[in-house]
Design a protein. Structure first.
Length: 754
């Protein structure tokens, strides 16, 4: 809908701060609407500058959380700020919000609240029952999806909200602007994660790209201008009334395909439709306020409702019948052309058994003012809306071809190019609209120069990724949660920031490496890992808040790579957990290569071996917990839990080697189906190697296997280890080794530990 305005004057480039009333002056709607626009713009800009593009406040942490079964997910109650606009999911589970002093549908519910709620109220909104998304498309099964939020603002008048008419005065006084939202999905995205760049998500840039439509206005002289009250020398606007023109795209598409309609009164001549006796007859609440602002025979009109508005679809364009099209006694309008689609299907207008329209649909009729022959600037005919079979809307011509609307007004449409990297063409979008005023006193109009549309402006936020049946949360909570990390942390990383790619673990590690060292602290939560976290440089600590700080691989990969070809110095990883898989070859959860000073403690790593058909049969991967390679000096692994086929290992092939100097594996627990600790192959140990106090179970080859060589004076200690259900307990083939106080528990079969 549109508002009954005199003009629109707000321009952010003016940098005006407020509107000041002066005594004895005429008050105009435009001035106070400008003040509202100034305040709204300030609030939106302030929120955007403070929070960023999309955040969920921690006061409502479930806000727009995607959860439940993938085939019919649900949307959490709460608030979200998208480009500074506040969107709220008010569920039916209402609760008193003491902070806002209101009955709220966004307040966080406790278990007691849910238990006390009426049957069926769980405090979430099913995808299929969104308040502003009638009949959303079905969720495709078995596909990876990007779930996102679309937020925009919508004009509401008394035709959509009858409460805007106060019964004390009997007329509408003001209108409203409403923030609406829809949770949508993008399919065909393939294997993506929260850190995937926008341009690498198939179809995403096209889905969120704003309208490329542009409009220019001017005035000119048309020889055949039918205004007998004007003198020939007059130039500019030739009308006799001040007007606020509205141009609106009807059918979207490229130049030469898209169409538009226009009104000289901002499309305010409108009425609710109360009944549809037939597809060509409608009964309206009112035929208009006077002879000018009313419906007439031969007018082009649009029939629409809230469902079409919310789905971004234009209404049905019809012409009021010439000669007897208006019956004032019964307020019945007869339409020409094809009957309106009446029914319960998509795009149809439903009625009840008495032909009454459904009140919740707010079915309505809007008058547009295009009529007769539309001329180009060179006075050639562009289209004739009076011809038989005319669709009632005007085709948007190629760029550079200017069209006369009426009374000397020229308009020129164009499209702005999209970025070179985009794989789609610019188009007009249905609902794009512009308004400009025309004034009699100075024969002027507002001059637009390739102006973008006044609306509709959509704003988007990623909510979740559905990958192989799993829902990965992409929201960002605000403010960042510090917990007990305090000043010991150089950079703090939250799951939300990491998972949506705005503040990842890798970015934090790279930041402290560039600064010469520091501590990256991870709060509790699930961190989706799409590529290995690479730790190099000097004095880098990666610290979690316990095993609930969880790194989860989104595909078979190493979770953490420490060191590499360039040595790393003084590296610490502690207080976190990680889960990954391997489907081909031998891959560890954590790899260590060429490190001087390493401390891995209080960590829990799980690496699951799976199977994958690569086209020549089924190949099975081998899962490793932590793998050492190259030169490893002063390394300590302590108080860790490893679940993998091979727990802590050295070289896996003849092309690899391991040289350790003063290393220890102490007080670790390992459930490994093949080997617990296996430093075999081309391995060399110097000074001290301490393998003590460990618990190793279920290894069919050996609990501890140690081969290779040791340097002179090297002490190898294998002490106080407990090995259970291992086919072979300890196998040591190096010199200078001391094996003391190890307990080897017998297998249930009765065979000893060996």
């Amino acid at each position: 809908m549109s508002f009954d305005l005199s003009r629109k004057t707000f321009d952010a480039l003016d940098d005006y701060f407020g509107v000041v009333m002066q005594q004895g002056r005429v008050q105009l709607d435009a001035d106070w609407n400008t003040m509202v626009d100034q305040v709204s713009r300030r609030l939106q800009a302030e929120s955007l500058d403070t929070f960023g593009p999309a955040v969920v406040p921690r006061v409502t942490p479930e806000g727009f959380l995607i959860s439940g079964p993938v085939a019919a997910f649900e949307i959490g109650p709460g608030r979200i700020y998208v480009d500074g606009l506040l969107a709220e999911n008010h569920t039916e589970a209402l609760k008193w919000d003491a902070r806002l002093a209101e009955i709220s549908g966004t307040a966080r519910l406790s278990g007691a609240d849910i238990d006390a709620a009426p049957s069926g109220l769980t405090g979430t909104t099913p995808y299929a029952d969104q308040p502003y998304f009638p009949n959303p498309p079905d969720l495709p099964a078995g596909e990876n999806l990007l779930v996102y939020l679309d937020v925009w603002q919508r004009d509401i008048t008394h035709l959509q909200d009858a409460d805007l008419v106060d019964s004390a005065v009997g007329v509408d006084t003001t209108a409203r602007r409403q923030t609406v939202w829809q949770v949508r999905f993008l399919d065909g995205v393939g294997a993506i994660d929260a850190a995937t760049d926008d341009e690498d998500i198939p179809g995403w840039l096209e889905a969120i790209h704003p309208s490329s439509a542009r409009l220019s206005t001017d005035t000119g002289d048309l020889t055949d201008d039918d205004n007998p009250c004007l003198l020939p020398p007059q130039s500019g606007y030739k009308g006799l009334e001040n007007q606020l023109y509205r141009l609106q795209v009807h059918d979207g598409g490229p130049l030469g395909t898209a169409t538009f309609k226009w009104s000289r009164d901002n499309a305010i001549v409108a009425s609710r439709i109360s009944a549809m006796p037939s597809g060509n007859e409608i009964v309206v609440d009112t035929l208009g306020r006077d002879d000018v602002l009313s419906f007439h025979d031969g007018d082009w009109v649009e029939i629409t409702d809230d469902h079409r508005d919310l789905m971004g679809l234009p209404g049905e364009i019809r012409r009021i019948q010439l000669g007897g099209g208006i019956d004032g006694a019964t307020r019945t309008i007869t339409l020409e052309g094809d009957p309106l689609p009446i029914g319960s299907g998509a795009g149809e207008f439903p009625v009840d058994g008495s032909d009454q329209t459904l009140p919740e649909r707010n079915t309505r009729i809007i008058r547009w003012d295009q009529a007769g022959i539309v001329f180009r600037e060179d006075e050639s005919e562009h289209t004739n809306l009076d011809s038989a079979g005319s669709p009632g809307v005007i085709e948007i011509p190629a760029a550079g071809i200017r069209l006369f609307l009426e009374k000397g007004i020229l308009v020129d449409f164009d499209l702005e190019d999209v970025v070179a990297e985009a794989s789609f063409d610019p188009v007009f979008k249905s609902g794009d609209h512009w308004i400009f005023s025309a004034r009699v006193n100075d024969a002027s109009i507002d001059i637009l120069d390739r102006a973008p549309p006044e609306g509709i402006h959509h704003h988007y936020a990623k909510l979740a990724i559905i990958d192989n049946g799993n829902i990965i949360d992409c929201r960002t909570l605000w403010p960042p949660e510090m917990g007990d990390k305090g000043c010991a942390c150089t950079v703090c990383v939250e799951p939300e920031g990491h998972n949506n790619g705005t503040a990842t673990i890798q970015q934090a590690v790279d930041q402290v490496v560039a600064a010469g060292g520091g501590t990256v602290c991870l709060s509790v939560g699930r961190y989706e890992v799409g590529d290995p976290i690479r730790i190099a440089g000097d004095s880098v600590t990666l610290r979690g808040q316990g095993w609930q700080t969880m790194l989860v691989a989104q595909k078979p990969l190493e979770l953490i790579e420490i060191g590499g070809e360039a040595p790393a110095t003084d590296i610490t990883v502690d207080n976190l957990s990680g889960i990954t898989t391997v489907t081909n070859g031998a891959r560890p959860a954590v790899s260590v290569q060429n490190v001087f000073g390493l401390d891995i403690s209080q960590c829990f790593f799980t690496n699951v071996a799976g199977e994958m058909d690569w086209g020549d049969g089924v190949r099975r991967g081998t899962s490793l917990g932590i793998k050492f390679g190259g030169l490893v000096v002063l390394a300590r692994l302590e108080d860790c839990l490893l679940i993998a086929e091979r727990g802590i290992v050295g070289p896996a092939s003849e092309k690899e080697f391991l040289a350790t100097i003063d290393c220890a594996v102490k007080h670790c627990m390992m459930s490994c189906s093949e080997v617990g600790i296996g430093f075999t192959g081309l391995s060399f140990h110097l000074n001290r190697l301490d393998l003590s106090g460990n618990y190793i179970t279920r290894s069919k080859f050996a609990g501890i296997a140690l081969t290779g060589a040791t340097g002179g004076g090297t002490a190898v200690a294998i002490e106080d280890n407990l090995l259970t259900r291992c086919r072979r307990g300890i196998g040591a083939g190096v010199s200078n080794v001391r094996i003391l106080k190890n307990d080897l528990e017998e297998r249930k079969s009765g065979k000893g530990g060996g």
